[in-house]
Design a protein around this ligand. Sequence first.
Ligand SMILES: Nc1ncnc2c1ncn2[C@@H]1O[C@H](COP(=O)(O)OP(=O)(O)OP(=O)(O)O)[C@@H](O)[C@H]1O
Ligand SMILES: [Mg+2]
Length: 535
Amino acid sequence: MKNFSEFDLDAKVIKAITEMGFEESTPIQEKTIPLAIEGHDLIGQAQTGTGKTAAFGIPLVSKIEPSEDKIVALIMCPTRELAIQVAEEVSKLGRFKGIRSLPIYGGQDIGKQIRALKKRPQIIIGTPGRLLDHINRKTIKLEDVKTVVLDEADEMLDMGFMDDIQSILSLVPAERHTMLFSATMPPNIQKLAQQFLTNPQHVSVIPKHVSAPLIDQAYVEVHEKQKFEALSRLIDMESPELAIVFGRTKRRVDELAEALQKRGYAAEGLHGDLSQNQRDNVMRKFRDGSIEVLVATDVAARGLDVSGVTHVVNFDLPQDPESYVHRIGRTGRAGKEGTAWTFVTPREIDHLHFIEKVTRHRIPKKPMPSPAEAMEGKQKVTAERIINLLQEDKHNEFKGVAIQLLEEYDSVNLLAAALQLLTGGEKKEVSVELTPEDPIRAKKRRVDVRSSGRKFNYGSDRRGDGRSGGGYGSRSGQGGSRYGSSSSRGRDGGRDYRDRDRDSRSGGGYGSRSGGSDYNRDRSSSTRRSEDSNA
Ligand SMILES: Nc1ncnc2c1ncn2[C@@H]1O[C@H](COP(=O)(O)OP(=O)(O)OP(=O)(O)O)[C@@H](O)[C@H]1O
Ligand SMILES: [Mg+2]
């Protein structure tokens, strides 16, 4: 893989890249950056978590003049969370150059956005609905836009944004540079590309080796009623640093988050019925580690990049193979390993086979963790916490009692009792009741697998030389202790939303759901997404 200094990039951008801890380019970046610098239109495809954001962000930021006081670049994304995240990455890349970027999404106070637009950002990162709104109000003008990026284009179309995207693109001068990123290439994407891209170069990184994917996948066959028990045992057994648990509906997510809290886990739910403020809050807490389990609908399946997500659990089997790939792709990112478990009820086994077929990956079956395994995992974590405390050496005030106890009791018994207390068995007795979900029925439909290219993480030599897979340079500042407490986890500074607008109104007609879709549709155009509508 190439070092970033080998590309024709602005030195200030290289400085930013170094500061972000990137050492070498990823394969999609290596292919995309030179083409984008030369101004070629392009269509990019690569697996989840392989740095597509920087693949378009780096050349984009490199080309923009800091003195520019108009909107010269437009990035469109399907969800609010993604708009925020992409804006965050772009602004990090443009820091030393003094590039101004601004996320624009539904659910946030429009007045606030209008004020922020007065600061003359050069790059706008937005969801199509809210962008159109600003365009209609003339608070965003596209006449000087020279570069357009469509991120997760297939998802935007699936969400019913075709008309909005077409209206927006038709307002951008034809003399422009357009980059489209998509997981799949269904006909509507091809149509969009034909309509709005000029002689696009196809850049795809499809892994050759599938022998050592970074994501360790497994399924557990469980009855609907056993799922919760299976989940809590799994969390206890594996003690994830951070985990995302996907549920099928909003109701499911709410009930599950509540049930996990009752059992003493730091869990919260994320779905489209929450206000923007709540959504931002949940994401912020997840990113800074104050919640360890994020329970979410598919709203969190695409693009979201949170460092430290070691586990993904499909509490409910996803409807589509694509959704499966995107959900599990929230772990095993940027060369790190991850684990993905999928719960399958006996009646859904056929659907699982369908997913295996489309993703061309056999998912091995694992037994439901036993109570003993769960207990063992918990004890291990407790023991590690004690050892960590021991190393901190700040427990002088407890030493008196310790000496007293040791004089009276056997040391092994004493420590075992303390471990029992700390492992906290009692909370687990709380009974929880979840409303059952109907099983997913096997759905036979054609999916463009060949072009999806997001089935596996590449890099079969990963384990061998200790370097991360797929040609990633290591990234500094990210400790990888599997059992580390959240406090020992290197924080991903720039991914914290703390300083973002949190007093934004969620009302005002924006961010309201249309047709029960879980996405932030801030327009009323119809949506095809229905998984979440029964919440
Ligand atoms: N060259 C690099 N070296 C190390 N880390 C990188 C590099 N490029 C990107 N990253 C990091 O990898 C992570 C994943 O990147 P990104 O979110 O862009 O992936 P993606 O390909 O868009 O995934 P998805 O398909 O899920 O949207 C991010 O945390 C990003 O900062
Ligand atoms: Mg992405």
